[in-house]
Design a binder for this molecule. Structure first.
Ligand code: 2AM
Ligand code: MG
Length: 277
């Protein structure tokens, strides 16, 4: 029921994004000149949250949405049933017409992710997974790759929106080290949600990033795990959805090899108090 609703809601969101993509896109900025947001992000998030509230009634479920948090709503994951939403993941791609843009909707209860839908709008691929029930792309089961040899892998990472020279240096130093292991290639689609689905389908072996937010990866986290993959913190510890850092991989051999090369830099937790952000 929750899953059907998430799917139905993602379809509505995708139609809205496609329609908006055909007309002129008004771009605004958030934390910096490269952190973009559009009226579509805001409208689609309202549509998604509005249709979920209509279904479940006001006050029964919590919502963590990228644009609501940007406007000051809290970003705390509690035990209550909670929807974690990125209305347009890959906003920069959307603005530029780079063809990877996804809607990401996840559902958690007691802080455990139960369900995730990532709808890659322009490829027309709906990825979905429910805890314990497998992962699917357009209703076909998907599985991570079985590669264990890092030299035969493709790895995804992104450089994010923070352009402070020290951080950029660490990000590119990590990428350089991984490239020179050597791996078959480095990639990045510009959307974390889609990157995780590429791990889940076996197109790449791993995706890691520091700086992502819970709404970028919540749905993808269920999809990767249900496709047989694993999630870890960038220091090799357990994955923490609110920590803004993650390695998703097909298996722990690949994950641990990548982790050896990651130069960690600080990112304030999603659930940090405002003074700590
Ligand atoms: N500060 C940040 N640093 C790194 N990645 C970020 C980020 N904020 C958002 N992202 C997300 O990470 C991917 C690219 O790095 C995108 O999925 C982007 O989501 P967005 O398009 O919804 O903002
Ligand atoms: Mg996002």
């Amino acid at each position: 029921m929750v899953g059907d609703l998430a799917e139905k809601t993602s379809v509505r969101a995708v139609l809205e994004i496609r329609k908006a993509g055909e007309s002129e896109i008004r771009v605004m900025t958030k934390s910096s000149t490269v952190d973009l947001v559009t009226k579509t992000d805001e409208r689609v998030e309202k549509i998604i949250i509005g249709s979920l509230i209509k279904e479940f009634g006001e006050g029964t479920h919590c919502f963590i949405g990228e644009e609501s948090v940007a406007k000051g709503e809290p970003c705390i994951l509690t035990d209550k049933p909670t929807w974690i939403i990125d209305p347009v993941d890959g906003t920069t791609n959307f603005v530029h017409g780079f063809p990877f843009v996804a809607v990401s909707i996840a559902f958690a209860v007691k802080k455990q992710l139960e369900f995730g839908v990532v709808y890659s709008c322009l490829e027309d691929k709906m990825y979905k997974a429910r805890r314990g029930k497998g992962a699917f792309c357009n209703d076909e089961p998907i599985q991570v790759s079985d590669v264990k040899d890092i030299n035969k892998s493709i790895i995804i990472s992104e450089h994010g929106t923070d352009r402070s020279p020290e951080k950029v240096k660490k990000i590119f130093s990590t990428m350089q080290k991984i490239l020179c292991i050597p791996v078959h290639g480095l990639r990045g689609s510009g959307t974390a949600a889609t990157n995780m689905c590429l791990v889940a389908t076996g197109a790449v072996e791993a995706f890691f990033e520091i700086g992502i937010h819970c709404w970028d990866i919540a749905a993808g986290a269920v999809i990767v795990q249900e496709a047989g993959g694993i999630l870890l913190d960038v220091d090799g510890g357990p994955f923490d959805l609110m920590s803004r850092r993650m390695v998703s991989a097909n298996n722990d051999v690949i994950a641990k090899r990548i982790i050896k090369e990651i130069e960690i830099f600080p990112a304030a937790r999603d659930d940090a108090t405002p003074e700590k952000k």
